[in-house]
Design a protein around this ligand. Structure first.
Ligand code: ATP
Ligand code: ZN
Length: 296
């Protein structure tokens, strides 16, 4: 691979795949997705996509087999250790806000749990031995870690562990196995990662361009475009009611000098309460619209 090209590794098929593809499509990176191929190239861009198992992504980025990767924070920390450690060979450059879940300890409903000291001497089944060991060590708890790769939630009922440490999102799987969540070890979401080491100029430029696009999308997602008509003398009061608004556009209205149109970007969602206050302040014909992209 030339150092003018950039490779991004994403999960081939699983919980993160679709969201990764959506994100790339929204960022204008269009790939031909073929699951029978490991690598596909973006149309007219120097970006290549690698479709792999999520477990391989941290190692690929570490070894620069790919220069970018999207992976769950849980997998990253399990494979390479704490992500906040400045010595970690892989660096998180964006948190992406999807694939949210938590790595938690869960105990059988009948088991008493009053604080982590209850874990002393217990057998804990998990697919995340490294994160769990670090947690136990940090809390000076001596417990036995039983590593299993699939269906961790059944471990207590078949008698190979007293409790488990596993991923939870809604808690439904725990519930149906007679378990309850006791403590959260890690709040996870999908993250965009790169090697900490500097890359070629062309690769660094491509990463910067991709990040600007992702930021534009993320900023847009939390923002709204708001338009309304208002009495000219209420403009100041109204502008103070719109969350996170900077410099609204004020336009004259045809055939009514006392009224203006106000257009503004609100950096947060505009709730009904705000709209009601805007009306009280004299605004009418209020429109709140989603924004697709924001480029500063
Ligand atoms: P692969 O075949 O790529 O190894 P996998 O079976 O290990 O896939 P998935 O179940 O697809 O992985 O989960 C991928 C990631 O999705 C998890 O590592 C985690 O970051 C995230 N995730 C979000 N919600 C959940 C959940 N409820 N359970 C498991 N993972 C979740
Ligand atoms: Zn996996």
């Amino acid at each position: 691979m030339s150092d003018r090209n950039l490779r991004l590794a994403i999960q081939k098929s699983g919980r993160l795949s679709e969201k990764c593809r959506d994100l790339l499509a929204q960022a204008g990176m269009n790939f031909e997705f073929r699951t029978d191929r490991l690598i596909s190239r973006a149309r007219d861009q120097a970006l290549e996509l690698m479709l792999v198992r999520d477990d391989d992504i941290p190692g690929f980025v570490k070894n620069q087999v790919s220069q970018l990767g999207i992976v769950g924070l849980n997998v990253l920390e399990e494979k390479l250790g704490p992500s906040h450690n400045g010595d970690n060979p892989v660096e998180i450059i964006r948190r992406l806000g999807f694939g949210r879940c938590r790595l938690s300890l869960a105990v059988p409903k009948a088991m008493a749990f009053d604080g982590i000291s209850s874990l002393s001497g217990k057998r804990i089944a998990t697919s995340y031995p490294r994160i769990l060991q670090n947690y136990l060590k940090a809390n000076e708890i001596s417990a036995k870690v039983v590593e299993i790769t699939g269906s961790v939630e059944v471990a207590p009922s078949i008698g190979i562990a007293d409790l488990i440490c596993d991923l939870v999102s809604t808690g439904a799987t725990l519930e149906s196995n007679g378990l309850r969540e006791a403590t959260v070890l890690l709040e996870s979401e999908a993250v965009l990662v790169r090697p900490r080491q500097e890359l070629s100029r062309a690769q660094e430029d491509l990463i910067e361009k991709l990040l600007a696009r992702i930021d534009g999308l993320q900023k847009a997602k939390s923002s709204k475009y708001i338009m309304m008509n208002a009495p000219r003398d209420a403009v100041y009061r109204i502008s103070q009611l719109i969350p996170g608004m900077e410099r609204p556009t004020i336009l004259p209205l045809m055939s009514d000098d006392s009224m203006v149109a106000i257009h503004a970007v609100a950096s947060e969602d505009v709730f009904w309460e705000t709209i009601e206050k805007l009306k009280e302040a004299g605004a009418s014909s209020i429109l709140v619209m989603p924004i697709e992209k924001i480029i500063a």
